[in-house]
Design a protein around this ligand. Sequence first.
Ligand SMILES: NC(=O)c1ccc[n+]([C@@H]2O[C@H](COP(=O)([O-])OP(=O)(O)OC[C@H]3O[C@@H](n4cnc5c(N)ncnc54)[C@H](OP(=O)(O)O)[C@@H]3O)[C@@H](O)[C@H]2O)c1
Length: 304
Amino acid sequence: MEEALKIGIAGTGRMGAAIATRLLARGHAVTVWNRTPQKAQELAASGATVAATPEELTARSEFVITMLTDAAAIDATYRGAHGLLAGDVRGKVFIDMSTVRPEVEKALAASARGKGAALVECPVGGTVAPAKEGKLFGFVGGEASDVERARPLLDELCRRVEHVGAIGAGASVKLAINLPLLVYYQALGEALSLCQSVGIEPARLIDIFSDTSGGPNMLKVRGPLIAATLQGKETSPVTFDVDLIRKDLRTMLDEASGLGVPLPLTAQALALYDEAARNGLGASDSTMLPAYWLRHGTSRPADR
Ligand SMILES: NC(=O)c1ccc[n+]([C@@H]2O[C@H](COP(=O)([O-])OP(=O)(O)OC[C@H]3O[C@@H](n4cnc5c(N)ncnc54)[C@H](OP(=O)(O)O)[C@@H]3O)[C@@H](O)[C@H]2O)c1
């Protein structure tokens, strides 16, 4: 990118902080805000300005990126008394990267438009490391002219930017793509329970899975972490936790119920991950799920 942009980032959790780090390294003027101030302060050492409120963040920025947990977080951050949309936002471009339902993005775009601003959605594929390297996959929804304004910035964060349709389309595609991935963690635990007795060393076994139709793309990247969990290691740092998986699965099920389509496998995966969370796994990395299943799940009676 030739010219430094004034970019605000609201929500400096794991992904938001990684995105801020990337944009600071690219020489942009980055302002951050986070509900828990400490997480925003940590980015000041890398050169970010910390805003006291979301409203101030917008005032300081031409582009505002939001990377928040869910619809409630979006509502509080955008529409609160000193929220992102509270002041004069005319001409600004908001980019929401959170994983939420399409209807949330549609309502948000209407709120922004009503105040003279533009909003595009860009939920992403990829986790903390790709975010720091600008190698996310962006599923963009919005009006073409707004997307073109956001594109130079999105190109700095993503290895591939796909404008998949009007606002809401990005959320639909993102939820769909996460579905097989999230169900896969349980599928892998069950698959491993079938071949545990063979006694193959975990790293080799996971490598075999990842080089065959037994593994999705994710396994090529996160396979070594999963293999380590099978040998009793805890994945750290956490990049995508089990509670976020549960939030995504709930979002998919809500969306499916609105569409009138059944997702029986998704519902079953959520029930199993809810049980894992009740057993203390909620804040653990998703790569812990197959090992958890081998330890706790396989003592149930066989299905038939
Ligand atoms: N982690 C991944 O690999 C990954 C990959 C792709 C997409 N995503 C999606 O990206 C989004 C963020 O994920 P993450 O991993 O960065 O999660 P995270 O580390 O838990 O961060 C969540 C952020 O949302 C904020 N937040 C939550 N509730 C809020 C509220 N009511 N008001 C204001 N702020 C609130 C948190 O603020 P506090 O610090 O105050 O709690 C934090 O900044 C989620 O939608 C997730 O599904 C994650």
